[in-house]
Design a binder for this molecule. Structure first.
Ligand SMILES: [Zn+2]
Length: 277
């Protein structure tokens, strides 16, 4: 089977121009991931790209098989994951084009499976134990440092830290919800950050969220509110520099066997009842 050490969950805009990209289908005990995994080389390291919404963008945030996505990455050998995503800014100063590397999230999703360890039989009949994993600090400190350094190295001053509130979607927020999120002191709002980060932690993977603000959320602006068209427009206008920063971040990640962060020890002392790939 193909092999990779770093995973990127993001669309085809990140890998389509890489040379010698190989496509691999991976099946998992949790079903099928969003798409094939596309493996290419960046700075001498093998990177597996997974289009979060499928290559045709046909899978909405609430229907993504997050468990299959993370399991598939790990089964290829991936131990560190970068998760770029589009978000709405909750403060006027976080306008379109802001790159924010969050250090916390708040879960406001409603109907997503958010654990591998729920005591329920998997498709292969194996039954994981019920375990509780710490996510007090949900993102990898080393990955965050690599992402921030990469952005600064390209002259794109990032926002270091902040809280990503994750909503169920696929609709955008009402003005009241948006004002509430802002009043709570949260920074940006998205639809995919949870349970992606938590499931990565449950597999002992390093996970780093890199959020690109594509719009000011409904409560933070006075116009018509967010439109999907606007989000896509700002994202495509920024995808090239986001890709450059992403690739620099990949190059700046520690070697797999040199990981000494909390993520690598997330499962220490826990009996999950299942073998990890
Ligand atoms: Zn880590």
């Amino acid at each position: 089977m193909a092999n990779a050490e770093i995973g990127v969950i993001g669309g085809s805009g990140f890998y389509s121009f890489l040379e010698n990209v190989s496509e691999t289908r991976v099946d998992t005990p949790y079903g099928s991931p969003s798409d094939s995994l596309f493996i290419g080389e960046i700075a001498g390291r093998q990177v597996a790209f997974l289009p979060r919404h499928g290559r045709d963008h046909g899978i909405p945030p609430h229907r993504i098989n997050y468990r299959a996505n993370l399991w598939a990455l790990r089964s290829l050998g991936v131990r560190q994951v970068l998760g770029p995503c589009a978000v709405g800014g909750l403060r006027p100063e976080y306008g379109p084009g802001t790159l924010l590397v969050p250090d916390q999230f708040v879960d406001r999703t409603k109907a997503r499976t958010q654990t591998f360890y729920d005591g329920e039989p998997r498709l292969d009949g194996e039954v994981p134990n019920v375990v509780h994993v710490s996510v007090a600090d949900p993102y990898c400190p080393k990955g965050r440092a690599a992402a921030l350094a990469a952005a600064r190295g390209r002259g794109w001053e990032p926002v270091d830290g902040g809280t990503l509130v994750v909503v169920e979607g696929p609709r955008f927020s009402t003005r009241a919800e948006s004002r509430w999120h802002a009043a709570m002191g949260w920074s940006v709002v998205g639809m995919t950050g949870h349970p992606e980060a938590v499931l990565a932690r449950e597999l002992g993977l390093c996970y780093t969220s890199m959020t690109l603000v594509t719009d000011l959320d409904a409560g933070a602006e006075t116009g018509e509110g967010v439109s999907h068209e606007e989000v896509l427009k700002v994202f495509s206008a920024n995808v090239e520099r986001l890709r450059t920063v992403l690739f620099d971040a990949v190059a700046g990640l520690p070697a797999t066997d040199a990981r000494d962060c909390l993520c690598a020890h997330a499962l220490d002392g826990l009996d999950t009842g299942i073998a990890l790939p």
